[in-house]
Design a protein around this ligand. Structure first.
Ligand code: PLP
Length: 404
């Protein structure tokens, strides 16, 4: 064994490994050991990338589009993104206001790297997607959390947002529909938050709209720069092809916002990653400009799964599961389970203990709420088959029924 201690940077020392990835790894290890394990911890659609998108990638390779490209995206993809924002969100952007990065995650990281200094604060409503606080920490800033409640549908109240804003706030993060809660803001709810933000002219808004195309029933998706045009010039509207087009492995995310910020994000990329994969960029052009008819079909499928999971979880003793508007997650509360004992005598002291005991007893992997900053809850991803979900929820019901 090596005796050399790798000197980790102070910024990285503040960062935790991703809890969702850790849970997926645990589930994979149990499966490899022969256990009949169901993982509901993965955040990606179980559908394959549509054929016409794969064909566009094959064509790009055949045509030799395999070299370095402009650092923050080929003009054709930027044009497809400009057209998308106009068509779907009523937002006008120029090509020079668009960034393409190797995934949605790097879009956020590049924006933070381009703007954050030590002492800056990033306001993040909780529960939050696991990477937001750690990316802020890596860039030397301080995450400031705003708790929400199940009763408020896990949506931040304007007064709570106002309380979290200080002269040090550089960014406010919005994520609708949300990972992990599935909560999505209506236009009126966004307007109320925008009214607060108008009083803080130095604050930039990063809206992560990754799950835009996964909303259910009558819910109508909107985004903050659309509902409050006065915030347009300081909003970075982020999106990507990962979830809507089942392209998680292709690594293409994008954003549009103030030209000066986009320029600095390209500067970060120029000295770190360079361009996103050229072939994936051409696949993304086909995704955005091509047929969109599979999106409502996927929505219908996901809605059926959401309804199944919500109904089955609410039949589990001690679980309270609200019905979220979008994404492919539910975020039930286990407040009534805390303090109970498993048949072997282990006390469920918190949501991490719940997830661990559930995995041990019934081989179902979920992610505990503490990983997303709001307890006692857990997250289920329903991006898996109906049979699998039925089996998993039956096991969860049995597990909850066994607690005393
Ligand atoms: N934003 C949210 C809310 C997500 O859930 C994810 C992925 O899980 C991302 C961004 C990152 O997407 P990508 O895989 O394109 O980096």
């Amino acid at each position: 064994m090596s005796t050399f201690n790798v000197p980790i940077s102070n910024a990285l020392k503040r960062v935790k490994p991703s809890a969702t990835m850790a849970m997926s790894a645990k589930a994979r290890a149990l499966k490899a050991a022969g256990r009949d394990c169901i993982s509901l911890s993965q955040g990606e659609p179980d559908f394959d990338t549509p054929e016409h998108i794969k064909e566009a990638a094959a064509r790009a390779m055949a045509e030799g589009k395999t070299k370095y490209t402009d650092v923050d995206g080929v003009p054709e993809l930027k044009d497809a993104i400009v057209a998308k924002f106009k068509r779907e969100n009523g937002l006008d952007y120029k090509r020079s206001q668009v960034n393409v990065s190797p995934g949605g995650k790097p879009v956020i990281f590049n924006a933070f790297a381009a703007t954050l200094n030590p002492g800056d604060e990033v306001v993040i409503p909780a529960p939050y997607w696991v990477s937001y606080p750690d990316m802020a920490l890596m860039c030397g800033a301080t995450p400031v959390f705003v708790d929400t409640t199940l009763e408020d549908g896990f949506k931040v109240r304007p007064a709570a947002l106002a309380k979290a804003l200080t002269p040090h706030t550089k960014w406010v993060l919005l994520n609708s529909p949300s990972n992990p809660s599935g909560a999505a803001y209506t236009a009126d709810e966004l307007k109320a938050l925008a009214a607060v933000l108008l009083d803080f002219p130095q604050v930039m808004i990063l809206t992560d709209d990754m799950y835009e195309h996964l909303t259910y029933g009558d819910f109508k998706f909107t985004t903050i720069a659309q509902v409050e045009p006065r915030l347009y010039e300081r909003t970075l509207t982020m999106n990507g092809v990962s979830k809507a087009y089942s392209m998680t492995g292709w690594r293409i995310g994008y954003a549009a916002g103030p030209e000066a910020l986009i320029k600095q994000m390209a500067n970060v990329m120029g000295q770190s990653t360079s361009n996103p994969c050229s072939i994936s960029q051409w696949a993304a052009v086909a995704a955005l400009n091509g047929p969109q008819d599979f999106i409502p079909k996927n929505q219908k499928l996901f809605q059926g799964r959401r309804d199944l999971v919500v109904s089955m979880l609410n039949q589990a003793r001690g679980i309270n599961c609200p019905t979220p508007e979008g994404a492919f997650y539910v975020y039930p509360s286990i407040a009534q389970i805390i303090g109970k004992k498993t048949p072997s005598g282990a006390v469920i002291e918190n949501d991490e203990a719940f997830a661990t005991a559930l995995l041990e007893a019934e081989s179902v992997a979920v992610v505990h709420g503490a990983a997303f900053g709001l307890s006692p809850c857990f997250r289920i991803s329903y991006a898996t088959s109906t049979e699998c979900l039925e089996d998993a929820c039956t096991r969860i019901q049995r597990f909850c029924g066994s607690l005393s």
